[in-house]
Design a protein around this ligand. Structure first.
Ligand code: HEC
Ligand code: HEC
Length: 340
């Protein structure tokens, strides 16, 4: 900064000096010819024109050339660091706004330091729905199909998670925030990431039933009847055990934001990084809970919204079909995904 000030100061002084000199010169010339009308004043002689006058013009030309030769590179050299400075300042400002916005709008559910909390369940106010720790989100989704975590954050914040307590914040989705505000919060979240996440297996002492009741009921229903996620009655008609286990490990990411959470590779809830053993207990529980007589359409993916369902219903079928029974690779292709 100080270098620029000095350079500008020197240049300004030079400019002032030049102007003063020019004015003084002009005043002297004016006095000499004051009484003669301009058109009658004697012109320069050839001698003067070719020496004094031309040399004077060339002299000024040289001064200006030197001025630009010094000033422009000096300016140009400073520009990148000035821009970086500006960008950093802008980022710090965004970051600070993001922190304020987080404290005002998100802290009550996600915790004061974004380290996770809970919200009353949409369906039972006495039940708390876990709100994920956002300081580990980069690490948590590291090995997941989410490749652009910034985009994932912004989309989730903008649209919320329909069917969960996570509200939509984007103005386009009926929320109160502008794109800039959501981007500021995202900056703040991304700048507050921790590299380490809890590796313990919190499910070690829990039965499949306990794990199901604790984690799955809110989306798949107490009786596996389906809710936000599809009914799990007859799920083994659609997938074999390995596939169900795989779904539990990795989740299923849906474009609309309500996803089947991954319970292992990249987990949504910090206290739910389950081992295969724990997930197998859940699968056993799912098997033990299947009724003797299954509904006729148990082989088809069903949304919990009833017949016809939302536009996504057919899409769900398509999505799960390729994963169908690996022992019989032809099955998925030969069964057209119609449920009309
Ligand atoms: C009323 C409580 C509540 C508020 C307020 C809230 N959230 Fe959430 N948020 C949740 C819950 C609950 C979930 C988990 C939803 C689920 O189970 O899929 C969630 C999920 C998320 C996720 C996805 C996390 C992941 O691991 O996939 C992000 C990101 C998020 N919230 C950001 C925010 C931000 C930013 C704000 C403030 C603008 C905010 N939330 C405000 C309750 C809330
Ligand atoms: C936040 C809500 C949510 C939670 C919590 C959740 N799921 Fe899901 N689950 C879904 C959604 C949504 C789908 C449908 C994904 C799709 O379209 O294929 C799904 C799909 C599934 C499927 C595949 C069903 C099929 O026919 O393709 C299984 C199996 C499953 N979930 C089991 C579980 C178990 C077990 C738990 C608890 C450990 C659980 N889910 C927790 C939302 C959830």
């Amino acid at each position: 900064m100080s270098v620029t000030v000095i350079v500008i100061g020197v240049l300004a002084l030079t400019a002032v000096a030049v102007i003063v000199l020019l004015l003084a010169n002009a005043a002297r010339g004016r006095r000499a010819v004051q009484d003669v009308p301009p058109a009658l004043r004697p012109g320069y002689s050839d001698d003067e024109l070719e020496r004094r006058v031309i040399e004077r013009y060339m002299g000024w030309g040289l001064v200006l050339t030197i001025f630009f030769a010094v000033f422009l590179p000096a300016y140009w050299l400073r520009e990148p660091s000035r821009l970086t400075g500006q960008t950093q300042a802008a980022f710090v400002a965004n970051f600070e706004r993001g922190e304020e916005l987080f404290v005002e709008n998100c802290a009550m559910c996600h915790g004061a330091n974004a380290e996770g909390g809970g919200a009353p369940s949409t369906y039972d106010p006495d039940d708390s729905w876990p709100a994920p720790n956002l300081t580990t989100i980069v690490k948590r989704y590291e090995d997941s199909p989410v490749t652009d975590i910034r985009d994932y954050l912004e989309t989730t914040i903008e649209r919320g998670r329909p069917g969960t307590p996570m509200p939509a914040w984007g103005a386009q989705y009926g929320g109160p925030m502008t794109d800039q505000q959501m981007s500021d919060i995202t900056d703040w979240i991304l700048a507050n990431q921790k590299a380490e996440v809890i590796e313990a297996d919190p499910a070690a002492n829990k039965s499949g039933e306990e794990l199901y009741q604790q984690n799955c009921v809110r989306c798949h229903g107490r009786e596996l009847e389906g809710f936000i996620g599809p009914s799990l009655v007859g799920v083994f008609e659609r997938h074999n055990e390995q596939t169900v286990l795989g779904i539990l490990r990795n989740g299923i990411f849906l474009a609309n934001g309500v996803s089947m959470p991954p319970w292992q590779e990249a987990y949504m809830y910090e206290d739910a990084r389950y081992t295969d053993a724990a997930l197998e207990r859940i699968v056993d529980y799912l098997k033990s809970q299947q009724p003797d007589t299954l509904p006729e359409d148990a082989g088809q993916y069903r949304t919990p919204y009833g017949d016809g369902g939302p536009a996504g219903a057919g899409g769900g079928t398509d999505q799960t079909a390729p994963e169908e029974d690996p022992d019989d690779p032809g099955a998925a292709a030969s069964e057209p995904a119609t449920d009309a």
